[in-house]
Design a protein around this ligand. Structure first.
Ligand SMILES: [Zn+2]
Length: 349
């Protein structure tokens, strides 16, 4: 039986939702990750210090007892973002970073930014203060093909930002294309890579009829892009790090409305490891999962260690959402019903 022991990882891109879903899912992350960057696209987006503090409090209250998990809060940028609020929140450790969603790019992003140039003054202050900018990198114009939106965003929006703000700490989130892989490396920015974009290409959404289980944004692309992402993630290169983009939707909504988002936190580590093993790159997994992120953000790595063993690991078909001991809903996890080859054994202090 193979064993792997790595420094405890962090999740640099996570959707925790709110209320009952938050309470039911947070332990999947808090048990095995030290920190997570929490996305601000809640039903009412996190656009102020007060709302971030309120959301953080609800996250901390949902944690299992004795948990040392640290949620890193982000502010949702809008056309009306108040620069003082943003920078004060950063200086006072309320906000870890700011998140840029182009308007209507993904779930709950209708408040997103309509003209990115209007934020340049804000980017200038963020650059001066060392505040990271996390970007959902897709244009949303209806005349741009959904599979081309990341590349067009890079050319049209990200390239000018990188040129104009060379010291701004930028992370291009959940990259999906070889074009993004190259851009990130050439421009000294960071990028998160999800487990699902390493496993599926766009065929998955059309297999056995329209299949919303594999619908996420940005959508998975062609196979050559998936292969480029695998090469990037498993390379150990400092600019690429773990960000699950785990985004749960209750089954009833996912199945009937096909909302974008894949819930992978119950299997994220095991899912990534499957790919690293196939690439003979298990030695680089700790860099990707536990070192490159802290290094990019100038934070110390976690001290505890995570032990993972290679043994058959049957993934549940559904995760129950429970309220006062009654099952009130279900969420389908990534790799639902599959048997993976790795399983987390526990934390070593
Ligand atoms: Zn996301």
């Amino acid at each position: 039986m193979k064993t792997l022991t790595i420094l405890k990882p962090d999740d640099w891109h996570l959707h925790l939702r709110e209320g009952l879903v938050l309470k039911n899912i947070i332990h999947f992350t808090s048990e095995y990750f030290g920190r997570a960057v929490i996305m601000p696209n809640t039903k009412t987006p996190i656009t102020s210090i007060d709302s971030a503090n309120f959301y953080k409090k609800s996250i901390l209250e949902s944690l299992p007892e004795g948990s040392s998990f640290e949620p890193l809060m982000t502010m949702y940028l809008t056309d009306d973002t108040d620069k003082e609020e943003l920078i004060n929140g950063f200086k006072n450790n309320v906000f870890f970073a700011a998140k840029l969603y182009p308007a209507n790019a993904t779930t709950n992003s209708s408040h997103g930014v309509k003209r990115i140039e209007n934020l340049y003054k804000i980017f200038e202050s963020m650059e001066d203060n060392g505040m990271p900018l996390l970007i959902h990198g897709e244009v949303t114009d209806s005349d741009v093909d959904v599979f081309d939106r990341e590349e067009v965003f890079i050319d049209r929006e990200l390239s000018p930002i990188v040129v104009r703000f060379p010291k701004l700490k930028i992370v291009l989130e959940h990259i999906t294309t070889s074009y993004a892989v190259d851009f990130v490396q050439q421009n000294y920015i960071g990028a998160t890579i999800t487990p699902h974009h390493l496993h599926i290409n766009r065929n998955a959404m059309f297999f056995g009829g329209l299949n919303s289980d594999f619908y996420c944004l940005p959508v998975a692309k062609r196979e050559n892009n998936r292969l480029a992402l695998i090469k990037a993630a498993t390379s150990g290169k400092e600019c690429f790090f773990l960000g699950t983009d785990s985004a749960p939707h209750l089954r009833k909504w996912k199945a009937f409305c096909g909302c974008a988002g894949i819930f992978n936190s119950p299997v994220a580590i095991e899912s990534y490891l499957t790919v690293f093993e196939e690439e003979n790159s298990l030695d680089n997994f700790e860099k990707f999962a536990s070192l490159n992120g802290p290094n990019f953000y100038n934070l110390p790595p976690n001290k505890e260690k995570l032990k993972i063993v290679s043994r058959p690991n049957k993934i549940a078909e559904f995760i129950d959402v429970v309220e006062e001991k009654n099952i009130v809903g279900q969420i389908k996890p990534f790799h639902s019903g599959e048997t993976l080859k790795w399983e987390i054994d526990g934390i070593i202090n």
